[in-house]
Write a protein that binds this ligand. Structure first.
Ligand code: TRP
Length: 453
């Protein structure tokens, strides 16, 4: 059968070998530090169950429709993100906008990788520290857990190297193969750790806080935070999902497949909450301080790098193994995400410059490593700035642009035909009655409202 590559004479492009392979890889992209660290911390700070409810609503009403849109753009043309976006255009003007939007997306995604690799490196360091302690290498353990440029640089390099090695091997023999190994491991680790923590004294206080909504905490800010969290968690708006969509077979039902990905992502965030929030109260029971001086719960970096390690220290001989398991969980979650961040620039470079994947993996990966090293060496000035520029601005704004191009510029019958290939009953489905109209008007409006706020 002739596929897109033989028609356009482009070098053969990869594709996922099965539906489950795609779902695991896309869920691997979605499930990351945002789920296991970001979501529980935000929930702990923003009224527990109240945040959970608003977050679920945001995933359902905003993030899921946008995910279907981004995957559709990729699969429509089965080309790299820039070509895929240009393919939506109807004239020279929209073509230019699409090109710039695509290029900005690939740049933003590369920048996301440059800071994410640093954070992921810290997690590897915290996984190796208890190993060193068990081996009596106290000094090395101290280097792993102390904040220094040398540690940050070395660990970031480890993450980038692993990421490049997977992406280099291609879509099905690199990304898909590793997603199939790592994602089940992640799920098992997560469930085992959650069950263990829930059986510790103090856990029930945390569980109550997580599941009982405190509606007094609901505020406009909470909506903004929940929306940002949902966008980040589903890897939206910067071509990461678009490129995965371009490797999905035409006969797959895209709305249903995307629902699986969003569902898995949300499920893992929910279970991570069952682990992290009770763990904070187990830590308190064991004498670790979990509230800051102003009465708020300690969160983000202090939570992961101070509170939880202190809790593991109070858990006797099981402690180091729990610590290793916990940071291994975070490392795995991070690596399946960094893979998806590198894939888009690599695919773009291969197709735009007609170069082999191996070479482009080292080139794009190497360039991003240099950017990341610059961030490490100018940490105070750049780290927060890069995070804000990419996740607060680029993700929602570019996501909005892509959705507008898909819905306002592309002919509606082309969209219908694209989705019908894997979903023959599409025209009569509830999805088709709501989704196009919804992504055309409501999603951009919601994103704008949040910006005005
Ligand atoms: N979604 C991942 C997480 O929750 C991170 C991630 C992967 C991402 N790919 C992305 C974020 C693309 C933004 C854009 O940690």
């Amino acid at each position: 059968m002739a596929d897109a590559s033989s028609v356009t004479n482009a070098p053969a492009r990869g594709r996922f070998s099965s539906r489950s392979g795609f779902i695991l890889a896309a869920a691997g992209s979605a499930i990351g530090l945002g789920n296991i660290w970001g979501f529980p911390t935000q929930a702990a700070q923003n009224g527990g169950g109240a945040f959970l409810l608003i977050y679920l609503a945001m995933v359902f009403v905003l993030a899921y429709p946008m995910l279907v849109a981004e995957l559709t753009i990729g699969r429509l043309s089965q080309q790299n993100p820039i070509s895929a976006l240009r393919n939506l255009a109807s004239g020279p003007q929209t073509r230019r906008i699409a090109t710039v939007g695509g290029a900005l997306g690939v740049c933003a995604l590369s920048l996301i990788l440059s800071f994410y690799a640093i954070v992921a490196g810290w997690l590897v360091a915290y996984m190796l520290a208890p190993v060193c302690q068990l081996l009596g290498l106290e000094e090395l353990a101290g280097w792993f857990t102390g904040f220094s440029s040398s540690r940050n640089l070395a660990m970031m390099l480890v993450i980038m190297l692993l990421t490049i090695l997977v992406v280099r091997d291609g879509v099905s023999s690199g990304i898909e193969r590793w997603s199939k190994r790592l994602m089940p491991t992640l799920l098992v680790l997560l469930v085992v750790l959650a069950v263990y923590i829930l059986n510790q004294p103090g856990a029930m206080t945390g569980l109550r806080m997580y599941l009982q909504p405190d509606f007094q905490q609901i505020s406009p800010d909470l909506f903004v935070n929940a929306m940002g969290q949902a966008f980040f968690s589903l890897s939206l708006g910067v071509t990461g999902m678009m490129v995965y969509g371009s490797y999905l077979a035409k006969q797959e039902n895209l709305p249903a497949t995307a629902a699986m990905v969003a569902g898995l992502d949300t499920l893992v965030a929910f279970i991570a909450g069952l682990l992290i929030i009770p763990a904070m109260f187990v830590a308190q029971q064991n004498g670790v301080t979990i509230y800051a001086a102003d009465g708020s719960l300690l969160s983000s970096d202090t939570l992961v790098f101070t509170v939880l390690p202190a809790m593991f220290d109070t858990m006797g001989s099981a402690g180091p193994f729990l610590a290793i398991g916990f940071f291994a969980l975070l490392t795995i979650a991070a690596i399946t995400s960094t893979i998806s961040m590198l894939e888009s620039p690599v695919n773009m470079a291969c197709e735009q410059f007609q170069q082999p994947r191996r070479k482009m993996s080292w080139l794009a990966g190497g360039l991003i490593t240099l950017v990341s090293a610059t961030v490490v060496l100018n940490f105070e000035a750049l780290f927060g700035l890069v995070i804000t520029a990419t996740t607060v601005y680029a993700q929602p704004l570019l996501g909005m642009l892509y959705a507008l191009l898909l819905m306002w510029v592309l002919k509606r019958d082309r969209l219908l035909n694209e989705l019908k290939q894997g979903f023959p009953e599409l025209e009569t489905s509830l999805f088709w009655k709501i989704w196009p109209w919804y992504v055309k008007f409501i999603c951009p409006l919601m994103i704008l409202l949040v910006f005005i706020h």
